[in-house]
Design a protein around this ligand. Structure first.
Ligand code: SF4
Length: 334
C-alpha cells in the first residue's frame, strides 16, 4: 500500500503593516518649506542654526540647494540671514544674532513656542518648573533657556528622586514635545507622589504628531514580528517609536535612515513587517523601504490607520520681508 504524506502547510503570507499617521508633521513641513522659500526669495546662502529638523536626508537635500548648517550663531558671517530650527532657541540666541548683525527667520514649531510661553509665564509667577525631557536635546536647551533660574530638567522616572524644589506648593511640570506618552505619565506620577501639589500644564506639551505616531505604532507593533522605523539616530520622536513598538509586542524594532541600512537577516522567520516613520521623515524614504520589502516578497501592504491629521501652520512671518536689505542695513549701522 502506498503511504500518503500530509502536504506541508502553506507558508503564512508575508505582509507589511503600514502605520498612519506617520512621517512629516505640520511643524517639520513648515520648517522645511521655510528654508526652501528663503533660498528662493533671498538666494544662497541661507544659514540655518542646527539641523532644521533631525533628518539626514532633509539636511543633505537642503545643503545641495544652498543652505549652510551651523551649530553656533557665531559661525555665521555678519550681514547674513540665519534661520532657527524647528526645535526652538533660547532668548540668548536671539541676542547673539543681533550682536552678529544677522537677519533672522524663526522656524520654531508653534507647538514648541507654546511650551516656551508656558515656561515664561510660570517663571514670572515664581513657580519652580520641572521640565520633563532629554538633557542636551536642542528643544530642551531652548525651553530651559527661557527661564534658567526656574527650570529643573527631569530626564525620566529615574531622575525624580534627586529633584528638589524651593516651595512644594508652587511647582508645575512641563515637557519636551517629542517624548514617549507612557513614560512621561510615569514620570508625572512619580513627581506627583513626591510633590502632591504639583500643577499640570494647561494643555498637553507632547504634541499631536508625537502622540498620533505612537498610538498607530502601538496597534501596528502588536501584530508585527519586525518593526522598521524610518528616522535619524538623533530624532527623539523616531527613537521613541522604536521603544513603543517593542513595548507593544514587536519581537524586534530598528531605526534606519535609508532602505539600504536594513539588514536582510532581520527578515528571518518574519511574516509581518510593521513600517512607520518619524515626524521629520519625508515619505520618499518610506516608499524606498516599501520597494525594498516588496522585492523580498513583502508586497502585500495593509494600512493601520488610527487618526486623521489636518493641522497646518502658516510660514514664519519674517519671510514676507526683504531680509537681505535688513541685514545690509544692520552692517551699515555699525
Ligand atoms: S514633532 Fe510636534 S512639536 Fe515637533 S515640529 Fe512636529 S508638530 Fe512641532
Amino acid at each position: 500500500m502506498e503511504h500518503m504524506t500530509a502536504p506541508a502547510p502553506a507558508p503564512a503570507p508575508r505582509r507589511v503593516l503600514l502605520a498612519a499617521p506617520r512621517g512629516y508633521c505640520a511643524g517639520v513641513d513648515r520648517a522645511v518649506i521655510a528654508v526652501e522659500k528663503a533660498l528662493e526669495q533671498y538666494g544662497a546662502p541661507v544659514y540655518v542654526r542646527h539641523e532644521i529638523v533631525h533628518n539626514k536626508y532633509v539636511v543633505q537635500t537642503l545643503e545641495k540647494k544652498g543652505a549652510i548648517f551651523v551649530e553656533r550663531t557665531e559661525e555665521v558671517p555678519e550681514g547674513n540671514i540665519v534661520m532657527f530650527s524647528a526645535h526652538g532657541v533660547a532668548p540668548v540666541v536671539h541676542e547673539e544674532a543681533a550682536r552678529g548683525r544677522l537677519a533672522t527667520i524663526d522656524a520654531t514649531c508653534p507647538l514648541v513656542t507654546k511650551v516656551h510661553k508656558e515656561a515664561v509665564r510660570y517663571a514670572k509667577e515664581d513657580f519652580d518648573i520641572l521640565l520633563i525631557g532629554h538633557e542636551g536635546h536642542e528643544e530642551v536647551i531652548g525651553t530651559s533657556g527661557e527661564a534658567p533660574d526656574h527650570i529643573t530638567i527631569v530626564d525620566g522616572p529615574h531622575d525624580v528622586d534627586k529633584v528638589t524644589v524651593r516651595d512644594e506648593s508652587k511647582v508645575v511640570w512641563l515637557s519636551q514635545t517629542t517624548l514617549s506618552v507612557d513614560e512621561t505619565m510615569e514620570t508625572v506620577d512619580a513627581l506627583k507622589t513626591k510633590f502632591p501639589l504639583l500643577l499640570s500644564p494647561p494643555s498637553d506639551d507632547i504634541c499631536y504628531a508625537t502622540s498620533n505616531r505612537q498610538a498607530a505604532v502601538k496597534v501596528m507593533g502588536a501584530d508585527s514580528d519586525l518593526v522598521i522605523v524610518v528616522g535619524s539616530k538623533n530624532s527623539s520622536n523616531s527613537i521613541r517609536l522604536v521603544e513603543v513598538a517593542k513595548d507593544a509586542g514587536a519581537k524586534a524594532a530598528y531605526l534606519v535612515d535609508f532602505a539600504s541600512e536594513i539588514d536582510e537577516a532581520w527578515l528571518e522567520g518574519v511574516t509581518t513587517v510593521g513600517l512607520t516613520s518619524g515626524a521629520s521623515v519625508p515619505e520618499v524614504l518610506v516608499e524606498e523601504v516599501l520597494e525594498w520589502l516588496a522585492a523580498r516578497g513583502y508586497g502585500d501592504v495593509e494600512i493601520v490607520k488610527t487618526a486623521e491629521e489636518s493641522i497646518t501652520f502658516s510660514l514664519p512671518k519674517e519671510l514676507r520681508r526683504d531680509l537681505r536689505a535688513e541685514a545690509a542695513e544692520l552692517v551699515a549701522d555699525k
